[in-house]
Design a binder for this molecule. Structure first.
Ligand code: FE2
Length: 251
């Protein structure tokens, strides 16, 4: 059984659509039996009259729209989750209608597979933004802030030289990301590191284990903080960061 925290976008719905035989094989399971093949003709060589693709769903927020107020308002969450995150899901599903082999994949499989492929840049951007946002909502909590404990605190200490040095590194990553992007706490080779990525890019595309993320696109903070990105970052670290989620990801 996969860990749902590591696979934040496994929620799928089944839609009727044409699907190539190769994708049917990738899907597997009882749902494939819904597509009949003419007698004496294998599924790999036939063109099904109708079939299925898996559509990604907007996962539910782990809290209500106003749960992070007064730090992040219900208005911000309403637009950020209800408009921006949803649009990435809708865009991705639209792009996958023409790529049934890729539509059969989970986000965790799809994103690394198409990363760096210029012909799939639009699909990558939308898929990664779906994954990143789902991970971001879980990286915050109405009871967030403070410090981690135990194994995670020890690893932060050995990796950064202390919790305050981690906070400085994470805040600097967020402040210095030019334009839109993300700041990350990542486990890489047994050591924790801070990374910043531009636009939709995500460390998981390169096989790294993400523990936390902070969205520094303007849509994440502009309604509440206007141009004061540093104040949003301080608020994220002092009031919102979900150390229980990070510790669970560390395992
Ligand atoms: Fe965002």
């Amino acid at each position: 059984m996969s860990d749902p925290r590591a696979n934040p976008m496994d929620r799928r719905t089944v839609l009727g659509a044409a699907l190539a035989g190769s994708a049917l094989a990738a899907l597997g399971g009882p749902s494939c039996s819904a597509t009949p093949s003419p007698a004496g003709e294998s599924a790999a060589t036939s063109t099904p009259a109708h079939s299925i693709i898996m559509a990604h769903e907007l996962p539910p927020l782990p809290y209500s729209n106003d749960a992070l107020a007064p730090h992040i308002s219900a208005n911000t969450i309403g637009f950020h989750y209800g408009k921006h995150h949803k649009a990435y899901v809708d865009n991705l599903n639209g792009l996958l209608k023409d790529a049934p082999d890729l539509a059969a994949l989970s986000l965790d499989a799809l994103i690394p597979k198409i990363a760096g492929d210029a012909s799939k840049a639009g699909m990558f951007n939308n898929a990664a933004q779906v994954w990143n946002h789902t991970f971001y909502w879980k990286s915050m909590s109405p009871k967030g802030g403070g410090q981690p404990t135990g194994k995670l605190l020890d690893l932060i200490g050995s990796s950064f030289g202390g919790f305050d040095k981690f906070k400085d590194a994470f805040a600097t990553a967020g402040k210095t990301q030019f334009g839109s992007g993300w700041a990350w706490l990542v486990l890489d080779g047994g050591k924790l590191t801070v990374e910043k990525t531009a636009n939709a890019d995500t460390p998981m595309a390169r096989g790294k284990k993400c523990l936390l993320t902070m969205d520094v696109w303007e849509h994440a903070y502009y309604l509440d903080f206007q141009n004061r990105r540093p104040d949003y970052i301080t608020t994220f670290l002092d009031k919102l960061v979900n150390w229980e989620f990070a510790a669970a990801n560390l395992g």
